[in-house]
Design a protein around this ligand. Structure first.
Ligand SMILES: Nc1ncnc2c1ncn2[C@@H]1O[C@H](COP(=O)(O)OP(=O)(O)OP(=O)(O)O)[C@@H](O)[C@H]1O
Ligand SMILES: [Mg+2]
Length: 460
């Protein structure tokens, strides 16, 4: 048996793995977005400060540039957090005017807008904005650059806060989903637990179909179990019949065997002992016959579920001819002339082994009961849609008032001398039924003997 596993744990495992992977991707995306957003917001402030400073740059009388730093503009930035703010103003290329001389400048800044870059200053990561402008005296215009920078503590905090909140939300969602899976698996499995209880409460021999309502996904399983139980039921019944019948039917021959053994033990002469041995042997043969018939009956009973039988097309003429041939020595010994009539092939849908047993029983009866000097004919007759397998004899036949009775199990005629179980004709009847065929018992030609016929549907 394979090791059992928990459906719930499996579902949870896959749910957690997949949501964790998707969650990681989502978080990475969120973080990137958060960084972008906080950059956009803070860059705007940075650009505003640079612009405010640029507006205060004037050209002095001597043509040099002068700046009156508006500290309010820088305050705009510092209000954000513990961030530190730096600035510098540079005149025409290479001429530092004021501010932090070591602050990096973005060289490629051109045109109207400010340009931004990430850099490092005094060992701390900073965001730098450089704005290119020019101041004019009316006669000439002097280009200059304003660079403003701030440490990125606030932006990083903002991005981290956003990331943390997202992670928290995601965590709650995963936990929620896990709880939902846990609960819904419990609810979904409840019908199965009910099914288990219903089956568990049954008595061992209760093989009724399960009628518990189950989810449609489980219904096929229940259907399979039900059809299995039907087969088990008929197998069990066959077994029960067999054991019951066997113990009942074998009692008489076994008693005879014991008596004969006791007689032979006490026998005074060899002739007496031999006589007892012979009678004992006959009783054993009788017991054997009974067992064989009972086993065959049990096999047919177990096969009542017809789909369990392999029924492919077979040639009944060939089988009939073969079995007739096999029986000729036994027939000759009984002083009976056994013959075969009919042409093959004669195709029917049935199981060859069982058809063989059917014919052996009919022909066996004729050989056993028709009497010395009788004629027995095994015949295949085909007409239109039917194939008839017939066994006809010209012996004493069966009295019409007994024709119904001999078809019942264990009912025998007056032939108490002949070993038999009284199961032959019922077996024939039931095998015929298995293949939708019909057994008819009629007097033979000229009102003499018995004609047993089984009519099958012909397969073309
Ligand atoms: N061809 C026949 N001619 C005369 N009587 C028959 C013939 N076939 C069957 N019978 C009678 O029908 C009875 C029932 O036959 P059936 O084959 O069912 O049982 P059986 O032959 O007695 O026992 P089994 O076949 O199980 O060993 C027989 O005992 C016999 O009396
Ligand atoms: Mg018989």
């Amino acid at each position: 048996m394979r090791a059992a596993y928990s459906l719930r744990r499996r579902l949870l495992f896959w749910l957690l793995i997949s949501t964790a992977i998707i969650g990681m991707l989502a978080l990475a995306d969120t973080y990137r977005e958060a960084v972008d957003t906080s950059n956009i917001v803070s860059d705007r402030v940075l650009a505003g400060s640079a612009l405010a400073i640029a507006e205060r740059v004037v050209v002095a009388e001597d043509g040099s540039l002068e700046v009156d730093i508006p500290y309010v503009a820088l305050e705009m930035l510092t209000s954000a957090a513990q961030d530190r703010v730096f600035y510098r103003v540079d005149g025409p290329p290479g001429r530092f005017i004021t501010g932090y001389q070591l602050l990096p400048v973005i060289k490629e800044a051109k045109g109207e807008g400010a340009v931004f870059a990430d850099d490092k200053f005094q060992g701390e990561p900073i965001r730098v904005a450089t704005l290119q402008r020019s101041a004019s005296t009316g006669i000439r215009s002097v280009p200059f650059a304003v660079t403003v920078a701030e440490t990125t503590l606030a932006r990083r905090h903002l991005a981290q806060a956003i990331l943390f909140r997202s992670a928290l939300r995601l965590g709650f969602m995963i936990a929620g989903a896990a709880v939902i899976v846990w609960i819904s698996v419990t609810v979904a499995l409840r019908p199965l637990y009910n099914l288990r209880d219903a089956i568990g409460e049954r008595s061992p021999d209760d093989l009724h179909p399960i009628e518990q309502s189950v989810p449609s996904e489980v219904q096929p399983l229940v259907d399979t179990v039900n059809s299995f139980m039907v087969r088990l039921q008929s197998a069990l019944e066959a077994l029960r019949n067999f054991t019951g019948n066997a113990s009942h039917q074998l009692r008489t021959p076994l008693a005879i065997i014991r008596t004969q053994l006791a007689l032979s033990a006490r026998a005074g002469t060899l002739a007496e002992a031999q006589d007892s041995a012979l009678k004992g042997d006959q009783a054993v043969a009788h017991a054997e016959r009974i067992l064989a018939q009972l086993l065959l009956m049990a096999k047919i009973d177990a096969a009542t579920a017809k789909e369990a039988l392999a029924t492919s097309a077979m040639d009944v003429a060939a089988i009939a001819q073969e079995i007739t041939g096999e029986l000729i020595p036994a027939a000759a010994e009984a002083g009976i002339d056994l013959g075969f009539e009919g042409d093959g092939p004669a195709m029917i849908r049935a199981e060859p082994l069982l058809i063989g047993e059917l014919l052996r029983n009919l022909a066996g009866n004729a050989i056993a009961y028709a009497g010395k000097g009788a004629e027995v004919t095994v015949r295949i007759a085909q007409d239109g849609e039917t194939v008839r397998l017939e066994v006809e004899d010209n012996g004493p036949g069966i009295a019409s008032e007994k024709l119904e009775a001999v078809r019942r199990r264990f009912s025998r005629g007056n032939e108490s001398g002949t070993p038999g179980a009284g199961l032959g004709l019922p077996i024939v009847d039931e095998i015929a039924n298995l293949f939708n065929a019909k057994l008819t018992l009629l007097p033979g030609a000229g009102g003499r003997g018995l004609k047993a016929a089984v009519a099958f549907a012909r397969v073309s």
